[in-house]
Design a protein around this ligand. Structure first.
Ligand SMILES: C[S@@+](CC[C@H](N)C(=O)[O-])C[C@H]1O[C@@H](n2cnc3c(N)ncnc32)[C@H](O)[C@@H]1O
Length: 224
């Protein structure tokens, strides 16, 4: 969920390097829920936010698992692993990537047996396998550079197997907007166009429906 916006479109925005430093600092300084959740919420409210959103992941991925052939899921921009560990607890096999060394250290310390974590930017991740599902939760609207944002979406899309799905969180909006130096939301049609060029069909938009949260997960399936 984006933190409360306080600024307009003319705000100076962080470079990719400064943005990564911002997030590593935030992970070190904030409690683990506020670091990746809403910085203005108290701990209990962020716990509710994570609980609601974990249920949304069941909606997106389906309420089934398979011990012999578990779903292989990428949590791209996993932060301290709150969603990745939840997905692991559902019986899925999870890779988590993030640019924050602190967050990845925490993830590795707390990792369950079916989870694996690496330091990587979305744009750079090149695993040796494809995924049944690639999820990126509250990350893409923190990429301030438009080229890095587009290349990140394209790279994540390339990691999904045919018939697999991608779930990308942003606002449901008609226009791009800079909210703060570390937050830029992009319109739904930009996601649709990019994903369609990568062989995906948009299937649904899953709302958090938590308080006034305007975020949605764009869910698309790879058809080509
Ligand atoms: C709002 S937090 C969300 C964390 C996690 N998905 C969650 O919802 O708890 C944004 C995360 O994106 C990570 N991040 C920012 N830019 C990134 C990039 N280019 N590649 C990978 N991770 C990035 C940050 O380090 C941070 O952990």
């Amino acid at each position: 969920m984006p933190d409360s916006p306080s600024s307009g479109p003319d705000v100076p925005t962080l470079s990719p390097t400064d943005s990564r430093a911002y997030w590593d600092r935030r992970h070190r300084r904030q409690d683990n829920l506020a670091a990746g959740g809403h910085i203005g919420f108290d701990r209990g409210t962020n716990a509710m936010l994570y609980a609601v959103r974990s249920a949304r992941l069941v909606e997106v991925l389906g309420a089934a698992n398979d011990v012999v052939a578990p779903l292989r899921v990428l949590d791209a921009g996993c932060g301290q692993g709150l969603f990745a560990r939840t997905l692991g607890s559902f019986g899925h096999t999870v890779d988590g990537i993030d640019t924050s060394t602190y967050a990845i250290d925490v993830c590795r310390e707390l990792a369950g047996p079916s989870e694996s974590y690496e330091m990587s930017a979305l744009v750079d991740w090149q695993p040796s396998h494809l995924y049944d599902a690639v999820l990126s939760i509250d990350v893409l609207y923190h990429l301030m550079d438009d080229d890095e944002w587009a290349s990140s979406v394209e790279n994540l899309a390339s990691l999904v197997r045919l018939g697999g799905l991608i779930g990308l969180v942003d606002h449901d909006a008609d226009v791009a907007r800079v909210w703060a130096e570390y937050q830029k939301t992009r319109p739904t049609n930009q996601y649709r166009d990019l994903l369609s060029g990568c062989g995906f069909e948009m299937r649904r938009s899953v709302r958090n429906d938590f308080r006034t949260d305007p975020s949605i997960m764009h869910v698309a399936v790879r058809v080509a």
